[in-house]
Design a protein around this ligand. Structure first.
Ligand code: HAM
Length: 418
């Protein structure tokens, strides 16, 4: 263990990275707010049962990826691997089941013990939207349209393709599950090791196997859409019709099953080829049965989440904020007064940093490296006259400005177009 390195699969968000994250969150929050979604947050850890049943006892996330531990009181806790089960837990524990529909937006860290690679972390961050209450297929289409709008405003949509499938209702899925087991059992010994295991525990997950041998076997496998009940088909047809109406392009993908077990009816993913193996940027679907697996009443719901790291990798660059003003004391006797003046500029709303190290040349270079538009230089002689010098970094022009007018002078100067 090298305790000076961050834990494998975690990363520091240095200012440039954090600026991109903040941008992604603020755009997503703004799009979500315009669609009536309210910002909320759940704790980063929950009782282990909040995730173990809803996400599926045989799902990879629960079997291999959760960070679960006992706290000092012996309570079994899990760092949240995703936000949907927590959101539903919050609906139930806050007594909100009579206050539907709820439209919730969240952003925050999630934790999965996965093999780290580009775009795949052990601590990563998601933005997500959950629409809890409506059974209508309009809700599925609304959720997809909000996801598409977020990707569009982040300029990520053109890099993605929307894959859409229906997992049907429970009855359709059970019939299909049996047909798939019957078909795949004939090829059991040729399936990959993972798929052989899944054939008994979670056969639908075999559909999105990455193994070439599995994919070859799957070409002739029965397809889920032909097993949909009339109701499930009608639900899905309306989702597709709404997306057509909203000019949201999609491809039907009968092999799309998603990695968490709580989905029914609509399942969707916005997939990119620009991030190597980690192609899913934003994914979600309907999860009508989740509430009951938590011990709550039946609560229809649909939602999505997207990885902020993946959105930041695909979206436009966003520079970290830079201070407008660098403040320099030209000599040691001027330092204390310069400090007071710098604080008063900040109190007036200006963004100002005090440059503290080295001689004048070094401080000027630091101001330039930071990207300050102006530098205030306060020397003892000038201060005695009630003035300071202000240098414009763009053209090197320098002015003497009276201290009483400094805030106004700088504010006007900074608001001029450059
Ligand atoms: P998910 O597909 O597991 O769904 O994750 C959603 C998104 O989170 C992925 O598409 C990906 O962008 C990002 N993501 C997942 N794992 C990692 C990782 N290890 N490193 C970086 N990014 C990652 C859910 O989490 C569901 N709760 C979505 C949902 C909401 N369904 C209904 N409502």
């Amino acid at each position: 263990m090298d305790s000076l390195q961050p834990v494998r699969g975690t990363a520091d968000l240095l200012p440039e990275d954090k600026a991109r994250h903040n941008y992604v969150v603020s755009v997503a929050q703004d799009v979500a707010r315009r669609s009536g979604f309210q910002d909320m947050a759940t704790p980063v850890f929950e009782f282990t049962q909040v995730f173990s049943r809803p996400l599926g006892a045989s799902s990879d996330v629960v079997v291999k990826e959760t960070y679960s531990f006992e706290d000092r009181g012996g309570t079994g806790l899990t760092l949240r691997p995703e936000g949907t089960a927590s959101a539903m837990r919050a609906v139930i524990s806050n007594g909100l089941t009579q206050s539907l529909p709820l439209r919730w937006f969240y952003a925050g860290p999630m934790f999965r013990y996965e093999r780290p690679q580009k775009g795949r972390m052990r601590q990563f961050h998601q933005i997500g939207c959950e629409l809890i209450g409506p059974t209508s297929s309009l809700a599925d289409a609304e959720i997809i349209s909000v996801g598409a709008a977020i990707l569009s405003e982040l300029n990520v949509l053109p890099h993605t393709k929307l894959h859409l499938n229906s997992l049907g209702d429970q009855k359709s899925r059970l019939t299909y599950r049996q047909a798939l087991i019957d078909y795949l059992t004939r090829y059991r010994s040729s399936l990959s090791e993972d798929s052989q295991r899944r054939l008994d525990s979670n056969p639908l997950r075999i559909l999105d196997s990455k193994s070439e041998a599995d994919q070859a076997i799957l070409t002739e496998a029965p397809r889920l859409p032909s097993y949909l009940s009339n109701e499930a088909k009608a639900h899905f047809d309306q989702v597709s019709a709404c997306l057509d109406k909203a000019a949201i392009e999609f491809v039907l993908d009968p092999l799309l099953v998603r990695g968490l077990d709580y989905y029914s009816h609509t399942a969707f993913e916005f997939i990119t080829s620009a991030l190597g193996a980690q192609g899913t940027v934003l994914g979600g679907g309907r999860y009508d049965g989740l509430s009951e697996t938590l011990g709550g009443p039946p609560l229809p719901a649909v939602g999505f989440a997207a990885g902020i790291e993946r959105l930041a990798l695909l979206g436009d660059d966003h520079a970290a904020a830079v201070p407008d003003i660098g403040f320099i004391a030209a000599d040691i006797d001027a330092e204390t007064e310069a400090f007071g003046l710098a604080v008063s500029l900040r109190q007036a709303g200006l963004c100002c940093v005090m440059l503290m190290n080295g001689n004048m040349g070094k401080k000027m270079r630091a101001a330039s490296r930071l990207g300050c538009a102006s530098v205030v230089i306060a020397g003892s002689d000038e201060l005695r006259r009630g003035a300071v010098s202000v240098r414009s970094m763009a053209d090197g022009e320098q002015f003497e400005v009276g201290i009483s007018k400094l805030t106004t002078w700088l504010s006007e100067r900074l608001s001029e177009p450059s």
